[in-house]
Design a binder for this molecule. Structure first.
Ligand code: NAI
Ligand code: MG
Length: 518
């Protein structure tokens, strides 16, 4: 992340004495909630309250949708604006984010507990690059002219979908915000965005920058609040045309249902995974050890892309586990605001308890705990990076309930529950075909990775893996240009890249009757 930068030159967090933006952002103005309610947001590293935020509920969402609808009507300044000017506004916002980068990274770290340098380099970089990527697309979104039968001519136009809702999770609050907002605006839509209740602060700061950048009122509206209230109102709103969601499978299912029962709004979902890595004996071993471990514990394991199931070829299994332990020892647990820290707390008590429960059940059931496995300190939300190696043949079989609760099975197949914590699970395999079958034995299909120096094997195996992304000799290699999304129950649709534009545009086919064919 900050490799090669001398400690003295590392970016530092800013001192936040008071959070400036804590209200609901509608029509480029700050609003208190109609109910008069607020909710607190906490620093997971200390448990201290950071501030109270206005709590949006259904009525506030209605107000935001009205503003977003008015802003996208034909004849509105936003609809009449040149596409190139839309692009310039997105670049302007990216410039302002660069200006406020240290503050945004500090707010992100205070709210999520993720290490400051990670916020500064990964989250901010990814967010700004996503904006600039879609800024570039704004005036390059166009249809086709089609050769059609008989004496007709047909051309297509790509038009905005309308008002787009977005429901954001707490693990990458700013990045997921940009993944949804940037393509939506690039295509000329307006948005109503609900940040997660745990992490509303960076989204609200972006509200201030939206106004400063000069976006017309109502183009971007931000409604901090809870899932079952504000979130559910977005999902079932009769005047929202599309909703994009990142989060749990369970809520993803509710959102599709809400769409079906309301106005059949378009739904794109980015849900969990039980992501397999296959490590072949001919790989660059150290690279594979480091990348798969980062994959498993990065962001305290709170990633939809987390490397949940690491399959290692039998002949290098022991050495792989040994090196993984050595690498884990270098992880620096500490205050997330300290630029030296590489591992922070989990987001909440609820998540912490779930992860500790799963670790305990793994220990009790005889999975081999190789490293970590405990909480750090008393009453904190910190969990040690943890490594389990595979279960032995004499242990209870996969379909037993307790194994179904935990991630382990005798064959490493999916047991349905994501840990979402800093836990690395290492299995061994003998044959390529077996590894592929076990990797695909999951109801999810988000990402996978293959480690080998044989290009032939890498391509053969990647063709067989049932996931939306396959990383070869790398992990978490995400780029604004590359589409991201899942097969199977990992979701629907694609974010990022040119592919995301289709999710945010309607295609209009215009057919003209010609008097004769010449
Ligand atoms: P969640 O799915 O409840 O939360 C994600 C977002 O959905 C938040 O903004 C939340 O307010 C909203 N939401 C919750 N209930 C809703 C409803 N009924 N209608 C509309 N929106 C709603 O996830 P949660 O409870 O925070 O975490 C539970 C598990 O979900 C985690 O342990 C993890 O396994 C998974 N998860 C996956 C994420 C991913 O990146 N794919 C991100 C966050 C959680
Ligand atoms: Mg929830």
């Amino acid at each position: 992340m900050a490799e090669g930068i001398p400690a003295l030159l590392l970016p530092q967090p800013v001192k936040v004495h008071e959070v400036r933006h804590t209200k609901i952002f509608i029509n480029n103005e700050w609003h208190t909630s109609i109910s008069g309610r607020t909710f607190p947001t906490f620093n997971p590293a200390t448990g201290a309250k950071i501030c109270d935020v206005e709590e949006a509920d259904k009525e506030d969402v209605d107000k935001a949708v009205q503003a977003a609808r008015a802003a996208e009507q034909r004849g509105s300044p936003w609809r009449r604006m040149d596409a190139s000017s839309r692009g310039r506004l997105l670049h302007q916002l990216a410039d302002l984010m660069e200006r406020d980068r240290r503050l945004l990274a500090t707010l992100e770290t205070l709210d999520t507990g993720k290490p400051f340098l990670q916020s500064f380099f990964i989250d901010l970089d990814g967010s700004i690059k996503t904006l600039r990527y879609y800024a570039g697309w704004a005036d390059k979104i166009h249809g086709k002219s089609l050769p059609v039968d008989e004496s007709f001519m047909c051309f297509t136009k790509h038009e905005p979908v309308g008002v787009c809702g977005a429901i954001i999770p707490w693990n990458f609050p700013l990045l997921m915000f940009m993944w949804k907002m940037a393509p939506a605006l690039s295509c000329g839509n307006t948005v109503v965005i609900k940040p997660a209740e745990q992490t509303p602060l960076t989204a609200l700061h972006i509200g201030a920058l939206i106004k400063e950048a000069g976006f017309p009122p109502g183009v971007v509206n931000i409604v901090p609040g809870f899932g079952p209230t504000a979130g559910a109102s977005i999902a079932s709103h009769m005047d929202i045309d599309k909703v994009a969601f990142t989060g749990s499978t369970e809520i993803g299912q509710l959102i599709k249902e809400a769409s079906a029962k309301s106005n059949l709004k378009r739904v794109t979902l980015e849900l969990g995974g039980k992501n397999p890595c296959i490590v072949f004996a001919d790989c660059d071993l150290q690279l594979a050890v480091e990348e798969t471990q980062k994959g498993a514990v990065y962001n305290q394991g709170q990633c939809c892309t987390a490397a949940s199931r690491i399959f290692v070829e039998e002949s290098i299994y022991e050495e792989f586990v040994r090196r993984s332990i050595e690498t884990a020892k270098k992880i620096v647990i500490g205050d997330p605001l300290d630029p030296q820290t590489s591992h922070g707390p989990q987001i909440s008590r609820q998540q912490f308890d779930k992860i500790m429960d799963l670790i305990e059940s793994g220990k009790e059931e005889g999975a081999r705990l190789e490293y970590g496995g405990s909480a750090v300190g008393e009453k904190t939300l910190y969990i040690q990076p943890t490594i389990f190696s595979g279960v032995k043949d004499h242990m209870r079989i996969a379909k037993e309930e307790v194994y179904n609760l935990f991630q382990f099975t005798t064959d490493g197949s999916d047991t349905g529950m994501e840990i979402f914590g800093p836990v690395q699970c290492i299995f061994s395999f003998k044959r390529q075909q077996e590894a592929i079958e076990r990797a695909n034995n999951s109801k999810y299909g988000l990402v996978s990775a293959v480690f080998t120096t044989s290009m032939d094997r890498a391509l053969t195996v990647s063709a067989a893996l049932e996931t939306g992304t396959v990383w070869i000799n790398c992990y978490n290699a995400l780029h604004a240009q590359t589409p991201f999304g899942g097969y199977k129950m990992s979701g629907n649709g694609r974010e990022l890249g040119e592919y995301a534009l289709a999710e945010y545009s309607e295609v209009k086919a215009v057919t003209i009757k010609l008097s004769e064919t010449l």
